[in-house]
Ligand binder design. Structure first.
Ligand SMILES: Nc1nc2c(ncn2[C@@H]2O[C@H](COP(=O)(O)OP(=O)(O)OP(=O)(O)O)[C@@H](O)[C@H]2O)c(=O)[nH]1
Ligand SMILES: [Mg+2]
Length: 450
């Protein structure tokens, strides 16, 4: 076990391989600070870059490190040997030394060669974006399945990068990118890692079989599933808690809401009741992120099973993010990889409490459902939208006439449907009932003729 230690000092390296940016006086960027959206749309690109850098910083702090220094590189294209240019490598080495960085974190993926060359040139460990995200996942995985998946992804990432990683291997168990499998496997040979990969695959298979059985049992009772999906930090867990608190059964256990990224790794389910009285199974899932490494997406496929099984997807977006459109595109890309773009999808713009009046009005008049999960605003409208999107087990309206002695039937309808126009005729109750077809089907013998 790693000994608890002071947070690691990280040198953050951001790279931009696009065309050169228009030169803008430095002060202008500062002056804009505080204004969420630039009035001048030509600033949008820089605004986006700022918020990408902010996202990177948040990832780093979510991994438990502190920012010791930041370096930025802009060049037309990546250097195959070192990613950044050779002059920049020297600058990085100098900055890492003077900032006493333990680790340099590059906001980009590195090839095995680039990683090795950078490690040789810098006085500290080097990790890339994939490793950073894997580390956060390793910290947050709670279930056995989640942990197995992360370890598998870490090993698969590590295999082609084993040779010559002296610095990483001499600091076992210490810090980002060396947690988990790093502690025991790093110094051993490739073959042992491959054996462990096989073992993990087997264990995962077993865990998944059990889950599949559980799901089958669950599906024998027809409750439609609704999955919350979205970019990390969009507010999915906050919304999940708000809805289960409002509409759940008994005291549902709350899920973790956190400003840290990827707070949720393991899916969580709870039954909630819609305004039609119909029950659905709501699931909270892992968040997505820009450039989510492909190996991760495949290893998290099982976790995202809930998304594939869902009848309706609720896409939770952070309306207050400067990169909300980019985030939306990213989420839709992952949904495409999961082959679920054809499912009914409700778009939700969350965190409207953070918007200015004008913007809030613009959002409210758009097609998305505007909510604040935190302030519990707009949730009824969202539930109604979910109701409207469900086609499995549709809501029917029927006239029923039921003997008052049928207490069970009356109680079941009371609990699972909306009843109006109730009238008593002797020992019969006649009423109009709007409820799910599956429920009404059970009482079809009470339907009024004609
Ligand atoms: N102001 C405001 N903050 C919110 C709202 N909803 C969520 N947040 C905050 O946003 C942060 C992330 O919320 P979570 O619910 O953990 O987000 P998530 O989508 O589950 O994130 P991951 O599990 O990491 O993918 C937390 O700090 C929340 O308090 C909202 O409506 N308004
Ligand atoms: Mg969450």
């Amino acid at each position: 076990m790693p000994v608890p230690m002071a947070p690691e000092r990280a040198l953050l390296v951001t790279v931009d391989f696009g065309p050169a940016r228009r030169s803008v006086p430095r002060g202008a960027a500062q002056a804009r600070e505080g204004a969420r959206r630039p009035a001048d749309p030509s600033n949008a690109h820089e605004d986006e870059e700022d918020s990408r850098r902010e996202e990177f910083r948040e990832l780093v702090t979510s991994a438990g490190a502190v920012v010791a220094a930041e370096v930025e590189q802009r060049r037309p294209k990546a250097d195959p040997a070192t990613l950044v240019g050779s002059g920049k490598v020297e600058e990085l080495a100098g900055t890492a030394a003077s900032a006493q960085a333990d680790v340099a974190i590059i906001d980009h993926d590195l090839s095995p060669t680039q990683l090795r060359n950078l490690e040789d040139a810098l006085p500290c460990r080097v990790i890339d974006r994939t490793q950073l995200i894997l580390d956060i996942f390793a910290r947050h995985a709670r279930t056995r399945e989640g942990q197995l998946q992360v370890e598998l992804a870490q090993l698969e990432y590590m295999l082609p990068r084993l040779t010559g990683r002296g610095k990483a291997m001499s600091q076992l168990g210490g810090g980002i990118g060396t947690r988990g499998p790093g502690e025991t496997q790093l110094e051993t040979d490739r073959r042992r890692i491959q054996r462990r990969v096989q073992q993990l695959r087997g264990e995962l298979e077993a865990v998944r079989r059990i889950r599949a059985q559980q799901r089958q049992r669950r599906e024998s009772v027809p409750v439609p599933a609704v999955a919350l999906v979205g970019y990390t930090n969009a507010g999915k867990s906050t919304l999940f808690n708000a809805l289960t608190e409002m509409r759940g059964h008994g005291q549902a256990t709350k899920v973790l809401e956190s400003a840290r990224m990827f707070a949720t790794l393991d899916p969580k389910l709870a039954a909630i009741q819609l305004p039609s009285r119909r029950k659905v199974l709501l699931s909270d899932t892992v968040g997505f992120i820009r450039d989510l490494p492909h190996t991760l997406v495949t290893s998290f496929r099982a976790t995202l099973e809930e998304v594939r099984k869902a009848e309706v997807l609720v896409h939770v977006r952070d309306a207050s993010s400067a990169t909300r459109d980019e985030q939306k595109a990213e989420v839709e890309k992952v949904l495409g990889e999961l082959e679920v773009l054809d499912k009914p999808r409700i778009e939700v713009l969350n965190k409207v409490d953070l918007l200015g009046e004008e913007e809030r009005a613009a959002v409210a008049s758009g097609p998305a459902v505007a909510i604040s999960a935190k302030e519990r605003a707009g949730l009824e409208a969202l539930l109604e939208r979910i109701d409207a999107e469900l086609v499995q087990d549709p809501i029917l309206e029927q006239r029923l006439r039921i003997p008052q002695s049928e207490g069970d039937a009356l109680a079941a309808l009371e609990a699972g449907a909306v009843i109006h126009d109730r009238a008593y005729e002797g020992n019969l109750v006649s009423m109009t009932v709007a409820g799910p077809a599956s429920l009404l089907g059970r009482y079809r013998r009470f339907r009024e003729k004609g």
